[in-house]
Design a protein. Structure first.
Length: 242
C-alpha cells in the first residue's frame, strides 16, 4: 500500500488531567480527571442513523482482488482506497482524498454495518475532528470531538511548520502527533517530527518539537543522532524553563 510516510514517535494518549479540588484534613488536594471529549448527540445537527455498510458486492470485489496486504485501488475522483479484513471478519476501509494530508477511517461490524468513522493525519497520526461510533443496527451511539482540548489548532500548527520551520509537510515527511497528556506536561501538547536541520543549526538529525496545545508556546526542541538504542545521542536544543 502506498502510504504517506510519517515519522511518528508519539502515540495518541486518550486521557489528560483536569483539576477537581477536594478538601481533606483541611488541605486542598487536586484530583486528576480525564478530559471529556465526548459530545452530546444532537439530532438536529448530526446524522443519528446510517445505512452505510460494507456491501456483499464490496466483499466479492475485495475477495477477488485482495493480496496478502489487502486491496488497494483508485476511485474515479482520484481518492486512494485501501481495504482489509481481520480475523473477526471486520472490514476496514481507508480513504485518502487526492492531495489530502488526512485519511478517512471506516470500520464495520461483523454484520457489515458501519461501526466507526473518523479522520487521522496520515494513516496513523492524530485524530482530527469528530469520531463517530454506531451500533450494529446503524444507530449513532457516541460522538467524540478530538479537536476540543486543543485551543492551538491544527491549522495553526500547519502554519508554524510551513512559515516558521520552512518545511513542506509531504516533501519533508513531517510527522505530527498530539497528546492529551505527556510526561512532564499536564496539558495537551503537539509534537512535530522530521529528519533534517532545526532552523539555522547546521547539524542534521531526527528533530522533535513540542508545542503547548493551548497557547502554541514552544516547549521543547531536541535532536536525536543515531538509529535508536545504545549509541543514540539526544541533544536538547531548547527547553522551556518551568
Amino acid at each position: 500500500m502506498k502510504k504517506i510516510i510519517l515519522i511518528q514517535l508519539l502515540l495518541i494518549v486518550t486521557s489528560c488531567h483536569s483539576q477537581d479540588k477536594e478538601k481533606e484534613n483541611n488541605k486542598t488536594t487536586i484530583k486528576p480527571q480525564p478530559t471529556k471529549i465526548e459530545t452530546p448527540i444532537n439530532p438536529k445537527t448530526m446524522q443519528t442513523y446510517t445505512e452505510e455498510e460494507f456491501t456483499n458486492q464490496d466483499i466479492l470485489r475485495y475477495k477477488k482482488n485482495k493480496t496478502e496486504e489487502g486491496y488497494e485501488y483508485i476511485r474515479e475522483d482520484g481518492s486512494s482506497v485501501y481495504e482489509t479484513v481481520d480475523e473477526n471478519i471486520m472490514y476496514r476501509r481507508y480513504i485518502t482524498p487526492k492531495g489530502s494530508l488526512f485519511v478517512i477511517h471506516k470500520e464495520y461490524h461483523p454484520n457489515k454495518k458501519l461501526w466507526l468513522k473518523f479522520e487521522t493525519f496520515g494513516e496513523n497520526g492524530f485524530i482530527k475532528g469528530l469520531r463517530y461510533e454506531y451500533d450494529s443496527k446503524g444507530k449513532l451511539i457516541k460522538v467524540e470531538d478530538w479537536d476540543k482540548p486543543y485551543k492551538f489548532t491544527w491549522e495553526q500548527v500547519k502554519k508554524y511548520i510551513e512559515q516558521d520551520l520552512k518545511l513542506d509537510l509531504l516533501k519533508d515527511k513531517v510527522g505530527v502527533g498530539n497528546n492529551l497528556e505527556y510526561p512532564g506536561y499536564s496539558f495537551p501538547t503537539w509534537s512535530i517530527n522530521y529528519i533534517g536541520k532545526y532552523k539555522e543549526d547546521p547539524k542534521r538529525g531526527l528533530i522533535r518539537i513540542m508545542l503547548n496545545g493551548i497557547t502554541g508556546e514552544l516547549l521543547l526542541v531536541e535532536r536525536q543522532l543515531g538509529k535508536g538504542g545504545e549509541g543514540t545521542n539526544v541533544d536538547i536544543l531548547y527547553k522551556k524553563k518551568n
